[in-house]
Design a protein around this ligand. Structure first.
Ligand code: MN
Length: 332
């Protein structure tokens, strides 16, 4: 067993993992607009840190194949995908009804240049990661550009246009009977919960700030429905929670979930807006406390897909995701 530090992970299995990392060199160029908190550039910053610390040698780096239209349609409504594909900043004013229907062209979810390729890129990373896990080619797959948990089957929400998480889970379900989704973003993982609310083949567990906060869902009594009853777990939290209090909940809950549900694959959404000092978030986690969740989920030695999500104080996001990849997945 190992004794902490950055080199070795503790947990039931300290063995080496095959890690793959998806990165689109163009990701940093997508721009939501002036003053918008979501900056895809943070993913490029993370990559740059990993590269300059010489940490990429510990993982296989891939440029994601863009998600195909048929991939997007496996969850999203046809008319929504059609519209995403053709709307541009220039022509959007000709489609006011559709903009309203799909919640596009609003401050949170603007129509910007390259929107559809952006969606295909970040969704492609998550789907490709799931495919590698399915084929046993990697033990851990990482796509920090993904994790856009608010997108709905028929519309955008909270900076999210297509739900790459749902698409990746659908891919994992082709090879796995039970998939566990864990969400440590400061916001409730509503889009993913909704997609799998009535099935027991996916369990969703979300830790989030609750009460007068976006998106407003994630009540502790929302537990799933029908076949999915008891397969949605919500942990609503007050603002200001620190590492110690967070782990006092995270570890016992996840330990019980792993024991009872016995997932064959795990998807961990690592939204970094739960870090202290985030522009939008209201939690008080340190990078180490946040990364402890990655380390803990990794320790179960189940195929693991690590995704990004929120995170709006850029330097903290890049530091966090760089640290999580180097100290919590591959160097051991
Ligand atoms: Mn968030």
């Amino acid at each position: 067993m190992n004794t902490g530090g950055n080199s070795l992970p503790s947990g039931p299995d300290g063995s080496k993992r095959k890690v793959c990392y998806f990165h689109d060199p163009d990701i940093g160029n997508y721009y939501y607009g002036i003053g918008h908190p979501m900056r895809p550039y943070r993913t490029a910053m993370t990559f740059s840190l990993l590269k300059n610390y010489n940490l990429l040698q510990h993982m296989q780096v891939f440029k994601p194949a863009p998600a195909q239209e048929t991939d997007l349609r496996s969850f999203h409504a046809d008319d929504y995908v059609d519209f995403l594909k053709r709307v541009t900043p220039e022509n959007q004013k000709e489609h006011l009804l559709q903009l309203k229907r799909f919640n596009l062209g609003v401050f949170d979810c603007p129509v910007f240049d390259g929107l559809y390729s952006y969606c295909r890129s970040y969704a492609g990373g998550s789907i490709s990661g799931a495919v590698r896990l399915n084929n046993g080619l990697s033990d851990i797959a990482v796509n920090w550009a993904g994790g856009l948990h608010h997108a709905k089957n028929c519309g955008a929400s909270g900076f999210c246009y297509v739900n790459d998480i749902v698409l990746a889970i659908l891919e994992l379900l082709a090879n796995h009977q039970r998939v566990l989704y864990v969400d440590i973003d400061v916001h409730h993982g509503d889009g993913v919960e909704e997609a799998f609310y009535t099935t027991d083949r996916v369990m969703t567990v979300s830790f989030h700030k609750f009460g007068n906060y976006f998106p407003g869902t994630g009540h502790i009594l929302d537990i799933g429905y029908g076949e999915g009853k008891y397969y949605s777990v919500n942990i609503p939290l007050h603002e200001g929670i620190d590492d110690e209090s967070y782990q006092l909940l995270f570890k016992p809950i996840m330990s019980k979930v792993m024991e009872v549900y016995r997932p064959e694959a795990v998807v961990l959404q690592c939204g970094a807006d739960s870090l202290s000092g985030d522009r939008l978030g209201r939690f008080n986690l340190t990078v180490k406390g946040h990364a402890e969740c990655v380390k803990y989920m990794r320790s179960f030695n189940v195929p693991l897909l690590l995704l990004g999500g929120g995170g709006y104080t850029l330097r903290n996001v890049a530091r966090c995701w760089c640290y999580e990849v180097f100290s919590r997945t591959s160097l051991n």
